[in-house]
Structure formats: C-alpha cells, structure tokens
Design a binder for this molecule. Structure first.
Ligand code: CTP
Ligand code: MG
Length: 172
C-alpha cells in the first residue's frame, strides 16, 4: 500500500484510540445518565435553564469515571498508569464539560434541550476533551484536525444507532 495511505490510516486509528476515554465517557453519560439535573433546575437571568435537563449529575459522574477507567486501562497497556489515568480523567471529564458548555450556549441562544445545534452537538465534547487533554500531553495540529473529522462521523453514527435502539428521541 502507498506509504501516505498507511500513515493516514495509522493516524486515524491512533486518534480513535487516543479519544476512547472521551468517546466512552460521552456514551456512558447517554446510557446511564438521567435524574437530577446538574443545574438543579435553575434558570439564568434570561429566564432560561442554565444547562437544562439533558445534563445530569449521574451522567456527569459516571461519564467522568468511565473515561478515567478507560485511561487507566490504556495506561496499563502503555506502561504508565498515572499518565493514562490522568489523561483519561482529562479526556473523560473534558468531554462532559465540553458537552455541558454546548448545552449552556444552546440555552442562551434559545435552543431547547434535545433540539439540534449542528456541528456544536457533534464537536462540543471532543473540543472540551482536547482542551483538557492538551494540559497533560502535546497534541499535534494534524491529530486535532483528524480527531475533529473522525468525531463528526462517529458521533452521527453512534447517535443513529442510539436512536434505532430507542435510547434517543431524535437521530442526530
Ligand atoms: N447526559 C447526562 N449527563 C450529562 C450528559 C448527557 O445525563 N452530563 C444524558 C442525558 O440523558 C441526555 C443524553 O445524555 O439527554 C444525551 O446528551 P446530549 O445529546 O448532550 O443532551 P440533549 O438531551 O440533546 O440536551 P442538549 O440540548 O442540552 O444538548
Ligand atoms: Mg448536548
């Protein structure tokens, strides 16, 4: 195979592996989330919810925890458990924070909980994860571009599956 194709595929595979704590944190929040909202139902001065009912305590705690566990396991594989767990916490927690920040922005621009905000819905969690992870390790510009493109497709695919399984009300 053409060496450029091989290096592109290698970077793609590595990007997905690197982002696993963020992806699984996001999926865990979706799967196990629910219950009390993180904003306790409170509104901001604009009369709209701070975050809305789609950002819950359970999803936040479980998502961050699962991200950290995945990072811990990757750390065992890589031979540096502390770095793996730290990166898992940064990616998993960062994904939750990025997603919550996306919800915060959506409420401010009057988009109801669960209504679509294209591009932001797909990327808020990945950008949050990358920002926090970049405090722990260097992430090359090429990889950031790769991760953004891959995440767009993975997120859409995952949401369509979640919709078909009846876990989500809408397919996006
Ligand atoms: N979820 C959660 N806690 C979080 C993040 C997500 O419980 N911190 C769960 C919620 O059940 C949420 C679902 O995962 O409904 C999907 O998340 P997301 O698509 O981000 O939320 P939406 O319901 O679409 O709400 P929003 O408009 O605020 O994005
Ligand atoms: Mg969201």
């Amino acid at each position: 195979m053409d060496p450029t194709i091989i290096s592109v595929l290698t970077l793609a595979a590595y990007s997905i592996y690197f982002m696993l704590p963020a992806y699984l944190s996001n999926v865990s929040a979706l799967t196990f989330g629910g219950g009390a909202p993180l904003d306790f139902g409170r509104n901001l001065k604009d009369g709209r919810r701070i975050l809305g009912d789609g950002v819950t305590w359970r999803g936040t705690i479980i998502g961050t925890f699962i991200g950290t566990v995945i990072g811990f396991l990757q750390g065992i594989v890589a031979g540096d458990i502390l770095l793996g767990a730290t990166l898992g916490l940064a990616l998993g927690g960062g994904a939750i924070i990025g997603d919550a920040f996306g919800s915060f922005i959506k409420r401010r621009i009057k988009i109801e909980r669960g209504r679509p905000a294209p591009i932001m819905d797909q990327l808020d969690f990945a950008l949050g994860a990358l920002i926090f992870a970049s405090l722990v390790v260097n992430i090359s510009f090429n990889m950031i571009i790769f991760i953004i493109i891959i995440t767009l497709f993975l997120h859409l695919g995952a949401n369509i599956i979640a919709y078909l399984l009846g876990m989500k009300e809408v397919w996006y």
